[in-house]
Design a protein around this ligand. Structure first.
Ligand code: NIG
Ligand code: FE
Length: 388
């Protein structure tokens, strides 16, 4: 049995309420963790563990559960740097840009898609991410959606079918026909490859009626639900997500008080992706403060994609969530770990507790506050990761 003792942890974020009194993050000062065969075997005081095969001295640094990134589009080909530059010069974001990536992704081989997605996943890991969710949605035909998901499955168990990203150009004349394809042949081909189904609910993408039909079809096929909701303007996405019992409503940039209340009253997590608001130069950011104070469960994710948020950095997202969404630094760290785990309905990640899969991230700083306090400084890396 291979065991590693991580000793002299200055501050351990456990997200386990049995530690640290009433603190949100279950903080433990001067701590140590023993990992045995990829599982957390012991959590206690620095210097207090029995010897292990290997001892790693953390020299007073902060250790936290590896970040959980519950919303990414890591599999795609091409980039849209020109579109980004035009936006920064004043052009608005239009979801139609998705079709540029669809053309490139259809033309790419599975090998090329796997290579570039693996590079992005490695980039995320270097910044402390332990588990990612990965969506399809740049194929929008049966063959390419399947190709994307076969690649995604090589990166993670948390795969999502997003055939309902936008209506592709060849179905423009018959959007209902496309919804039929998504609910029928495309879902049949993709369901065995995924845990989740997602719909982009927005003007220019899918309305409430089509989204309900697609999500219900996914539910009938045994999939959990996620929704791209209220990204560009107020709309029905959040309330639909809550009504159907979705695990997560993502974006949540434009919410009415009724939307906030619906999230607070439901088990649907509000996953904020402020990297997208940053890169689309959105005039507003999601009101994380209001959601948190209302009692909603808040998560953070990168939404890594070539159109609206080409970042793999959870620390960057944490810094944005503090500065722009008005979460406290501690709330943002919770949302990037425990909250995100909840958005994926996973209770084996996002905390450091005996029996959990060991997925630990070290911060080259004395406390978790430094993640938001020192933006864009490469402080984090994954110490131990066993989650697929
Ligand atoms: O989550 N909002 C819809 N989908 C992506 C953007 C996709 C794109 O522009 O390529 C998002 O922001
Ligand atoms: Fe997205």
């Amino acid at each position: 049995m291979a065991s590693v003792l991580y000793d002299n942890i200055g501050e351990l974020v456990t997200n386990d309420p049995t530690h640290g009194g009433a603190s949100l993050l279950g903080l433990r000062r001067d701590a140590a963790v023993v990992v045995e065969d990829g599982v957390v075997a012991w959590v206690g005081a620095a210097g207090g563990a029995s010897p292990a095969d290997e001892r790693v001295d953390l020299l007073g640094r902060c250790v936290l559960p590896a970040f959980v990134d519950g919303h990414t589009h890591l599999v795609f080909d091409g980039d849209r740097a020109q579109e980004f530059a035009a936006r920064m010069a004043g052009e608005p974001y239009a979801a139609g840009g998705i079709r540029t990536t669809v053309a490139a992704t259809r033309a790419a081989s599975a090998e090329a898609l796997l290579a570039s997605a693996t590079t992005r996943l490695d980039e995320a890991r270097r910044q402390g991410t332990g588990l990612v969710e990965v969506k399809s949605g740049y194929g929008l035909d049966v063959e390419t959606e399947v190709k994307m998901l076969q690649v995604a499955r090589q990166l993670t168990d948390e795969t999502t079918f997003l055939g309902a990203h936008v209506v592709p150009a060849e179905w423009q004349h018959d959007p209902d026909g496309y919804v039929g394809l998504v609910c029928g042949e495309m879902l049949d081909a993709c369901a065995p490859l995924v845990r989740w189904i997602d719909v982009f609910v927005e003007d220019g993408a899918f309305g409430a009626e089509a989204a309900r039909a697609i999500l219900r079809a996914g539910q009938a096929a045994g999939l959990g639900l996620r929704v791209h909701a209220n990204q560009l303007r107020p709309g029905p996405g959040v309330r639909l997500a809550c009504e159907l019992g979705a695990a997560s409503a993502d974006h949540c940039t434009h919410l009415t008080d009724a939307d906030v209340q619906a999230l607070a009253d439901s088990g649907t997590v509000a996953t904020l992706v402020p990297g997208a608001d940053f890169s689309t130069r959105s005039p507003v950011y999601p009101d994380g403060r209001k959601l948190w104070d209302a009692g909603a469960t808040v998560a953070l994710a990168t939404d890594c994609n070539p159109g609206t948020s080409y970042t793999t950095s959870m620390p960057f997202v944490i810094a944005l969530a503090v500065r722009e969404c008005h979460l406290t630094p501690s709330e943002a760290v919770w949302a990037a770990t425990a909250g995100a785990a909840r958005s994926l309905r996973r209770d084996d990640v996002g905390r450091v507790a005996v029996g959990d899969a060991a997925a630990l991230t070290v911060v080259d700083a004395p406390t978790h506050l430094h993640l938001a306090y020192r933006p864009a400084v490469p402080l984090t890396r994954v110490l131990a990761a066993t989650t697929p």
